[in-house]
Write a protein that binds this ligand. Structure first.
Ligand code: UTP
Length: 288
């Protein structure tokens, strides 16, 4: 498989305020789901889609992300000396995953501003965006599914997932017309009240965007929370060239707040052959 999309970006510079104090000195994207940091699952999803050039947008206090994907000479040496070949293999796998580039978002002015930092890296081609705290558990790479749709529609693609109507206020909700299994996006409404929401389809952190988004982002004023919001720019872009939205084949998990993080951990643990059996036994033993 070789898609037109050759580059992916992961915004990972945010403060992670919903996860304080854990995120005071540790990037939220490095919090593990079982034994692997969230951002590694995301990099693996990108690599599974055949994309090898990845830009991670980092900021102050995010050095652990770079260290994670770098070679740790002493650790490798130590594991080799102790004959821990399997662990060594796993670490080598991480080092060689992809060509990972980094840029710093010097001021944390919002997701839209983070994406804008990728302008030079991306150049004049469509690119994939994966939020650093969103996971999608699926048989085939979620971003791969979206890249495939880009081949077909040649316009920006959004992944969406149904949410309970009462929760529309937490997400960007699309208004769209369904045709041949996808939605032609008419509007993107940021965090609408349930009675104002045109659907229950929430935009999730998997997108393919066309480079025209950058000139729009440059003109986008701060929105909700006084941050430069990516959905505000997407909304303008969608009016110029309609986006296509697709319900993903897989399950979406947000990890950026304690409750969703816990639920994600449980679901991933129930899917791990080496842990599943004992974990279920433990859950069943709980008096709840
Ligand atoms: P979130 O809004 O979920 O992250 O952005 P946050 O701002 O860190 O979270 P809270 O609200 O303070 O708890 C989704 C992704 O975009 C990145 C985040 O790191 C996260 O991975 N992001 C967000 C940036 O890179 N820069 C920003 O200015 C904002």
């Amino acid at each position: 498989m070789s898609y037109q999309i050759k580059k992916a970006i992961i915004p990972a510079a945010g403060f992670g305020t919903r996860f304080l104090p854990a995120t005071k000195a540790m990037p939220k994207e490095m919090i593990p789901i079982i034994d692997k940091p969230v951002i590694q699952y995301i990099v693996e999803e990108i690599v599974d889609a055949g994309i090898e050039d990845i830009l991670i947008i980092t900021g102050r206090g995010k050095r652990a992300i770079e260290d994670h994907f770098d070679q740790s000479f002493e650790l490798n040496y130590n594991l080799k000396k102790k004959g821990k070949e399997n662990l060594l293999k796993e670490l080598r796998h991480i080092e060689k995953l992809a060509n990972i580039h980094y840029i710093r978002q010097k001021e944390i002015l919002g997701l839209g501003h983070a994406v804008l930092q990728a302008k030079t890296f991306v150049g004049d081609e469509p690119f994939a965006v994966l939020y650093g705290d969103d996971l999608v558990k699926s048989k085939t790479s979620c971003i791969g599914q979206i890249c495939e749709l880009y081949e077909q529609y040649q316009t920006s693609i959004m992944a969406v997932s149904p949410v309970p109507k009462a929760e529309t206020k937490k997400y960007g909700i699309i208004k769209g017309k369904k045709d041949k299994g996808v939605y032609f996006v008419e509007d993107i409404i940021e965090k609408p009240n349930p009675d104002k929401a045109p659907s229950n389809l929430a935009s999730i952190g998997r997108l393919v965007l066309e480079p025209e988004i950058f000139s729009i982002l440059e003109k986008t004023p701060p929105g909700i929370n006084n941050e430069i919001q990516l959905p505000d720019a997407m909304r303008v872009h969608n009016q110029i060239k309609s986006y296509v939205a697709t319900e993903i084949n897989g399950t979406w998990h947000t990890t950026g707040d304690p409750l969703n993080y816990l639920m994600t951990t449980v679901e991933y643990a129930l899917d791990r052959p080496d842990l599943k059996h004992d974990f279920i036994k433990y859950l069943r033993s709980l008096d709840i």
